[in-house]
Design a protein around this ligand. Sequence first.
Ligand SMILES: NC(=O)c1ccc[n+]([C@@H]2O[C@H](COP(=O)([O-])OP(=O)(O)OC[C@H]3O[C@@H](n4cnc5c(N)ncnc54)[C@H](O)[C@@H]3O)[C@@H](O)[C@H]2O)c1
Ligand SMILES: [Zn+2]
Length: 360
Amino acid sequence: MKSLAVNVARVESRSPVWVGRGLVANAASLAEIQNYSRVVVISDMGARQVTDSLQAALKLSEQNILFIEGGESCKQIQALERLWNFFVKNRLDRKALVFAVGGGAVSDLVGFAAATYMRGIAYIPIPTTLLAQVDASIGGKSGINFGGAKNILGAIRQPVGIIVDVNTLASLSSRDLRSGFAEIIKHGLIADRPYFELVTSRAFSEWNAEELVEIIFRSCEIKRDVVEADESEQGMRKTLNFGHTLGHAIEALALIDGVPLTHGEAISIGMRAASYLSYRMGMLPAQELSAIIAGISKVGLPTRLPTHMEESKLLELMSHDKKNVAGTTRWTLLQGIGHAVFDQQVESPLIRDAIAEIQA
Ligand SMILES: NC(=O)c1ccc[n+]([C@@H]2O[C@H](COP(=O)([O-])OP(=O)(O)OC[C@H]3O[C@@H](n4cnc5c(N)ncnc54)[C@H](O)[C@@H]3O)[C@@H](O)[C@H]2O)c1
Ligand SMILES: [Zn+2]
């Protein structure tokens, strides 16, 4: 007999987050599916096994399930149209429920489809990558890419619940698992020093499943707290952007250079740069900067740029970031480990120094 309740921790919020092991088998009762008129599942092909278990748990027929190719390329308007068509074909009404099984790309796409169909129907993500479990599935932001710009069409609408089943990570590559740890480290850095110390005390691969449940649970709590304080990103939610101002430019340039980095790898390097800026601006003691670099490395993530990256290209890409307001980059920095401050203006020479600091 599998005991489900033991590992289930419920983060109390408008959208409950259930974190544990083996939760997919219990999805019908967690989601209280008897309250909905119809239930469908949109699934990442990369998470087929999870969807097979979910189909059995919900007693759905094949007509109620749509498999799509996961990953960034699914976040496009044609896929959205395919989902809306699928909803119509399944005669979903306002009382219907949509499950999204897969990585952050699938939850972004499905969240947007559900937010727009009939002006918004219920949806529940079942994230199957570590990044989606601790980040993308929490907070209600959804969206697709359009006209060459990332996440430019989207919505903010909270799911009715989030089922985080740590067992679904079993098939994830170790590079993707490690990548998800970058956001976990970020949560510690911006909000919880003891948590930062805990999660950087070992290599990412050394945690067992039970420990991962605890770690993921705390990350979900931190993200939930930030989102509940500032759903529409007027203030505090910007602290989640720590490491991302330069990190996004690093991620984009790596792709252009033909040697892609994962999001978490790029963000790790970006977090080192933002920590260095915090130090240079007199907000972060030198020994804390060293502890951050050592911690990121201990987990197994990079803290230096790939050798081929040029400063000028990074600066150029940063100037395109959609989070810029009227041409100035505003940074989230650290006022000591565990405390982030947003909207910090940083002068260009200092940004160049930070890039030099992270150069290989
Ligand atoms: N809405 C938000 O607040 C938010 C926050 C952070 C990131 N995001 C978005 O999340 C996306 C990135 O998400 P991601 O890192 O999960 O990557 P992803 O969704 O692109 O998935 C990466 C790959 O993993 C596969 N996959 C999924 N689950 C798997 C499993 N259990 N085993 C093996 N393979 C599996 C997918 O098929 C895909 O090929 C980006 O589009 C980003 O914009 C959104
Ligand atoms: Zn991120």
